[in-house]
Structures are given as structure tokens and as C-alpha cells.
Design a protein around this ligand. Structure first.
Ligand code: PLP
Length: 346
């Protein structure tokens, strides 16, 4: 692809920096299935330490991280409460049903954000002939709701009340550092009540591959076996963990820039007739806007936009998602908004 393409499809499209590539080339490695890769071990220890938890586990993808946690928390035939636009339900190949044998129980939250009131309506009564709720899974930031952030009070209340009811809570926080940046809060405080968390190194943080699961030592040991069962036992994975370590140390600090870029683009897009978008709702690095009033379908719009070297993804027939990341600068953001305007003026 030509250098001049502005790729706003996802924050996963970033390429590893020169510093990361150097660290990958020089990484001290061993066989991680024997738990002998010093760089993987260091990444896991660092993640656990940062989140002040007992242990962490490096997994090849966020999807495998979420599935591993679900398998560790549930038995076949149980239910997992999740938000209807959530990643875990829409973009993970129904793995919780196909592999873990559990049923998603969908609830809907305004802008993807659930409250205990909403969640509790999905909890099954404890009757022997009814399926039982084993787990609640929250998503922060909520990807398909447009990168929205949980107020910590709301997620804490869900954790506390769920625990009182004997139900565990998992956090799919692929973009936890974006959420923390938006709130101006510490990610440790935001996540401390969850039984397990999964976050991605491969998104805004800039690593080429990988996610982390964080939890208690006993939980992570169970996850290690499950990861192997899923085919996620990697060997000299230190070459990947070396990039992950840099992503973890340096990535979180620069996310405000991505958020500023997203806000800038949202403001520019909202001014274009035919686009429906409330820039006040753009909290992090994801911008979703509606094209319905313009008469364009998402697919025709995106094809036309691609001819102007700007890439984005459809959410559905009417809505388009653009994501900012470390490989786009302010100039790219402005060029992208201008390209959208040109498409409509044609
Ligand atoms: C990206 C993402 C994941 C995991 O994605 P992978 O592509 O499997 O790494 C999980 N949850 C959310 C909310 C995501 O945005």
C-alpha cells in the first residue's frame, strides 16, 4: 500500500517502532511452554506489578484472552451476561458458545455502559431447572459504542453486587489505558474489583502482537493450562514480549494525543452536512458517525473514501468507525476530514 494512505480502520494497524524492532531482535528468549522465556516472564511480572495483582499471562490475542478467562470462570451450560454490542458477543466467532459451551445473556446499555440495575435483570433465579449465571463481562472502553468509558463507580457497584450474589466479573478492557487517560484515574483503582481482566498490547500501545490476562496466581495458573489447550502455548515468544514490554512502559503515556486527534476529527466531521455525530460523546480514540442523512451507504462511502487514500470500517449499513493511533498525526486527521468532505461534494 502506498505510504500516503491514512489508515483509520483500527488502532491495531500500527507497525512496531524502530526501538521495538531492536528490542525484538536482541530479546533474551527460551521455551515459554517450559516457562523458561525470560522476556515473557518479565512482561508477565511487570503487568502483574503494574496492576498490583498476583500474576499475569501473555496470550496471542485479546480474543484468546477473553475466551481463556471465560473457560476458567464457567462450566458448560452456564450463562455469561454481556452487552449486546460488545466485542465478546459480536467479534469473537461465538467462541464462548462454540468452545466454552456457555450461553451469552444479552443486556443493553446506553452507549454500551451497563449499570447494576440493567445487569441484575439478566441474572437467572437460583432454581435447579434454570440455566445459571456464572459470569458478567463488561467492556471498557466499549469499542462499538464509540470508545465509551465506564464511570468507575458503576463498574465497582456491579462487581460488589455480583460478588454478593456469587457471580464473577470479567473486564474486557482491550483499551484500559485509553479509559484511564479519559477519566484521569489510575487503572489499578479502575480494575481492582474485577476477578479477571484482559487488555491488549497490540492496539493503541503499539505492540505488534499480544494481550495480557491479569488476576490471582491460582486463576492465572488455571489460565495457563487453558491457553495450552487452545493452542496458545508459544515457544520463544520473548521476541514478541520484548515489544510488549516497550508498549506497556511507553504506550499509555501518549494516548491523550490520540484522544485529542479523535476529538478534532469528530468536530470536523460533525460540521459536514449529512453526517450525524455528537463530538461531545467522543471520549477516547474511536469515532463512530452515522451517514443516513447523506443518503450514502457505509460500503459505497468507504469505497469512495478509499480512492482518496483514507481507510475506515463499517459498523453497519449506516455507521462508520474511524480510530486514531500512534501512526497518524494531526495533519493526517485534517486530511482525512477534508477527504470525507470531498466525497460528499462530488
Ligand atoms: C480488539 C478487542 C479485543 C480483542 O481482539 P483481538 O483482535 O483478538 O486481539 C477484545 N475486546 C475488545 C473490546 C477489543 O476492542
Amino acid at each position: 500500500m502506498a505510504e500516503s494512505v491514512i489508515d483509520l480502520r483500527s488502532d491495531t494497524v500500527t507497525k512496531p517502532s524502530a526501538e521495538m524492532r531492536r528490542a525484538m531482535a536482541e530479546a533474551d528468549v527460551g521455551d515459554d511452554v517450559f516457562i523458561e522465556d525470560p522476556t515473557v516472564n518479565r512482561l508477565q511480572e511487570r503487568a502483574a506489578e503494574m496492576f498490583t495483582r498476583e500474576a499475569a499471562l501473555f496470550v496471542p490475542s485479546g480474543t484468546m484472552g477473553n475466551l481463556t478467562c471465560i473457560l476458567a470462570h464457567t462450566r458448560p451450560g452456564q450463562e455469561v451476561i454481556c452487552e449486546e454490542a460488545g466485542h465478546i458477543y459480536n467479534y469473537e466467532m461465538a467462541s464462548m458458545s462454540a468452545i466454552a459451551g456457555v450461553l451469552p445473556r444479552l443486556v443493553r446499555g446506553e452507549d454500551g455502559i451497563l449499570t447494576w440495575d440493567i445487569v441484575s435483570k439478566g441474572i437467572r433465579p437460583k432454581i435447579y431447572y434454570r440455566p445459571q449465571t456464572a459470569l458478567i463481562s463488561l467492556e471498557n472502553t466499549h469499542n462499538m459504542a464509540g470508545g465509551t468509558v465506564y464511570p468507575t463507580k458503576l463498574s465497582e457497584e456491579i462487581c460488589d453486587r455480583a460478588h454478593d450474589a456469587g457471580i464473577r466479573v470479567h473486564l474486557d478492557c482491550a483499551r484500559i489505558f485509553n479509559a484511564a487517560t479519559y477519566l484521569g484515574e489510575n487503572f489499578v483503582d479502575m480494575t481492582k474489583k474485577f476477578d479477571s481482566i484482559q487488555f491488549c498490547l497490540s492496539k493503541g500501545l503499539g505492540a505488534p502482537v499480544g494481550s495480557m490476562i491479569v488476576g490471582s496466581r491460582e486463576f492465572i495458573e488455571r489460565c495457563r493450562s487453558i491457553r495450552k489447550m487452545l493452542g496458545g502455548g508459544m515457544r520463544q515468544a520473548g521476541v514478541l514480549a520484548a515489544a510488549g514490554l516497550i508498549a506497556l512502559e511507553k504506550g499509555p503515556k501518549r494516548l491523550q494525543v490520540d484522544h485529542d486527534h479523535a476529538k478534532l476529527r469528530a468536530t470536523g466531521l460533525a460540521a459536514i452536512p449529512g453526517i450525524t455525530l455528537n463530538p461531545a460523546k467522543v471520549q477516547t480514540n474511536i469515532v463512530i458517525f452515522n451517514l443516513k442523512a447523506s443518503g450514502w451507504s457505509s460500503s459505497r462511502f468507504l469505497e469512495t473514501l478509499a480512492k482518496r487514500n483514507v481507510l475506515a470500517v463499517p459498523v453497519d449499513n449506516e455507521r462508520v468507525r474511524m480510530v486514531t493511533h500512534l501512526d497518524v498525526d494531526r495533519n493526517d486527521v485534517e486530511k482525512a476530514a477534508a477527504a470525507v468532505q470531498e466525497v460528499f461534494l462530488r
